[in-house]
Design a protein around this ligand. Structure first.
Ligand code: CDP
Ligand code: CDP
Length: 199
């Protein structure tokens, strides 16, 4: 039996943190789909060829979590051929027996429109920039990180193919005023309830 949880939202909304906690709690497999785009962005050369030939080595390379890799990811993510090359892998992952949680930008809208649970996690740009800035340490000042977050939001929301968008049936989770524990708890409740009604 498959059970898919789709978690979408902008940078540093808390998607990864929530996804990892959910995967642990319910025993689901987790795929951070942003990592696929980051790996393509950092590979160099033709991004379409990189996306078609993505290997586990590409996904394991250092530096994929950096702000620069996030920026590179959002540039290749506007290319329809890059997105198309990554669809099958993500859909196969979502069908895993035992359940799967995928986080990204287009999981609930394009990759898994039939997902059992869809969450759209968000927070104000200032809050998200502060989170990334605290994580990044040496990688520039807060204002610079905020400008990057805003530029990435604009690119993700404005692109023609698979823009960042809440699915009509997604549950909105604004984490601006939430602690990590509160955000995780809210997500767990939604999933536990859905699992119960399905049982
Ligand atoms: O995956 P995404 O980019 O959406 O965000 P993340 O990497 O899970 O979270 C970004 C940072 O925000 C992490 O350092 C979290 O600890 C922190 N944070 C959060 O995720 N949720 C809150 N309610 C508060 C802080
Ligand atoms: O962790 P954070 O939210 O900062 O970024 P990420 O999820 O690793 O995604 C990096 C970039 O990849 C995003 O800004 C998007 O442009 C792109 N992306 C996408 O287009 N579709 C996805 N399903 C996941 C990421």
């Amino acid at each position: 039996m498959s059970f898919t949880v789709a978690i979408d939202g902008p940078a540093a909304a808390g998607k990864g943190t929530i996804s990892r906690a959910i995967a642990r709690e319910f025993g689901f497999a987790h795929l951070d789909t942003g990592l696929l785009y980051r790996a393509v962005g950092m590979k160099g050369g033709d991004p379409i060829i990189a996306a078609r030939n993505l290997s586990s080595d590409d996904l394991a390379r250092d530096g994929l979590r950096s702000l620069a890799a996030g920026e590179a990811a959002s540039r290749v993510a506007v290319l329809p051929e890059v997105r198309a090359a990554l669809v099958a892998f993500q859909r196969d992952f979502a069908q895993r027996a035992g359940g799967a949680v995928l986080d990204g930008r287009d999981i609930g809208t394009i990759i898994c429109p039939e997902a059992e649970v869809k969450l759209f996690v968000t927070a104000s740009a200032e809050t998200r920039a502060r989170r990334r800035w605290l994580e990044a340490g040496e990688q520039g000042g807060y204002e610079e990180v905020l400008a990057q977050v805003r530029a990435r939001d604009a690119r993700d929301i404005g692109r023609a193919d698979a823009p960042l968008l809440a699915a009509p049936d997604a549950i909105l989770l604004d984490t601006t005023e939430m602690t990590v524990a509160q955000a995780i708890e809210a997500a767990k409740e939604v999933i536990a309830e859905r699992l119960e009604t399905r049982a």
